[in-house]
Design a protein around this ligand. Structure first.
Ligand SMILES: [Zn+2]
Length: 434
């Protein structure tokens, strides 16, 4: 009797009975155990130059979401306001992403990427062309970020928010836009034009020479990014396209609705976002959408507020807009209520002080939560002060969420971003999904 009581308490505390699969034995200071079939690995790569998240899906299908590389010709890139490139300046961010994928991809140096999703057309998500960037071996264009990754690691399907017409927020291929950007006094505008023009040349070259497919994100669909090797073995795995290009999923079939307010939409608002589900486990990543108005209040006509009920509660989420002050509204935080938050950060305003307060507020939702940042800068720590220690479980490193088969449990593993070994620095969980 006593024994069975002890067993029941043990099961309640550990959730052991529901976890048929165990996590691979992971040891601090050692190499990360390799991905195994049935597991879902979600690597949030730390380069200091923007977002890059590499996903190995349960049957070995691979997905890269974004490959940022902010140019050093921007006035603030090399100041204390921005993160340093990591692990070193010996390679560009795009090259470090390649190095990272070669280390952890199931096929190592023979890696291919089955899918690449570019959430939106900003330098910290797609790369940025300046006159120091290498020229592609496939054509007359320079490479940075995603175009540099794809140079080495073949991409089978490229998905972005707007292929092929690129008419929002304004016609990005029009002569007017070109004239305006060329005439601008800001180097950022001129680099933006070069980046987009190189991106379109890259598309053509890779389509022609390597058979790369290109698609616009089909908002509402769960049939676009799919397991390509053994989908029937993992029927409880799905990727649902939540939003992109100003459209959001209604939550019903694959019907969509408009997210854009009457005023002029910005690039961030047009970001693509997806929800990854595996059994009971759910995860959302949504690019740079926002949810807080100019006065610091929840903006109920924002993308965050419109999408939160459709996304629903999740186990883990990345910060929208890196945790900028316009993101993670009260309503959004209360609705998604993740246990694990991942901050893909590269600037000293990531996160805003109030953003951190909202995320940590047990008034907004109860329970312990775990926060991880790719790089919380010294300036940010100075501003936020002692709250940093209370809030964060790690403030630097590559952040891996590893989900066991059938989504039965998951761990968060922090890997060293200061060297090429990328050994395990800390381990959290296993956690039970919701
Ligand atoms: Zn961004």
């Amino acid at each position: 009797m006593i024994k069975s009581k002890v067993l029941i308490i043990f099961i309640i505390i550990t959730g052991y009975a529901t976890s048929a699969w165990s996590m691979p034995k992971t040891t601090i200071g050692h190499a990360l155990p390799q991905w195994q079939e049935g597991y879902l690995d979600m690597h949030h790569i730390s380069t200091g130059r923007g977002n890059a998240a590499f996903y190995i899906l349960p049957d070995g299908t691979t997905l890269l979401v974004d490959a940022g590389d902010i140019s050093e010709q921007r006035p603030r890139t090399l100041t204390a306001r921005n993160a340093k490139i990591k692990p070193s300046a010996k390679k560009t961010a795009g090259q470090w992403i390649v190095d990272y994928i070669h280390q952890f991809h199931p096929n190592k140096k023979n890696a291919q990427l089955d899918y690449v999703l570019i959430t939106h057309f900003h330098e910290d998500h797609m790369g940025e062309i300046d006159d120091t960037c290498a020229v592609s071996s496939l054509g007359d264009f320079r490479i940075s970020g995603i175009t540099q990754v794809a140079e080495t690691i073949a991409v089978k399907t490229l998905i972005d928010r707007s292929y092929p017409d690129y008419t929002l927020p304004h016609s990005l291929k029009s002569p007017d836009f070109k004239t305006q950007m060329t005439a601008s006094a800001d180097i950022e505008d001129r680099m933006y034009l070069e980046t987009l023009e190189a991106y379109w040349k890259f598309q053509q070259a890779h389509q022609k020479q390597r058979g790369m497919k290109i698609d616009r994100l089909q908002v509402g669909s769960k049939q676009q990014i799919i397991l390509i090797h053994r989908p029937h073995d993992f029927a409880d795995f799905t990727i649902r396209n939540i939003q992109g290009n100003g459209l959001g999923w209604t939550g019903w079939q694959d019907k969509t609705f408009s997210l854009i307010k009457s005023r002029h939409a910005g690039e961030n608002e047009l970001s693509a976002g997806i929800r990854i589900s595996y059994g009971k486990f759910d995860y959302y990543t949504g690019g740079d959408i926002s949810g807080v108005d100019d006065y610091g209040s929840s903006d109920m006509s924002s993308a965050e507020a419109k999408l939160a009920p459709v996304i629903g509660p999740v186990d883990a989420a990345t910060f929208n807009h890196h945790g900028n002050s316009d993101s993670q509204s009260n309503f959004y935080v209360r609705t998604l209520r993740p246990k694990v938050w991942i901050q893909q950060s590269w600037s000293s305003d990531h996160p805003g002080d109030e953003v951190l307060s909202r995320i940590m507020s047990t008034d907004l939702y109860p329970g312990k939560r775990y926060l991880f940042a790719n790089d919380l800068l010294a300036a940010t720590k100075n501003v936020i002060g002692s709250k940093v220690k209370r809030a964060y479980n790690a403030t630097q490193g590559h952040i891996l969420i590893r989900v066991a088969p059938a989504g039965s449990q998951y761990q968060v593993i922090v890997l060293n971003d200061n060297n090429k070994k990328r050994e395990v620095l800390s381990i959290f969980g296993p956690f039970e999904p919701r």
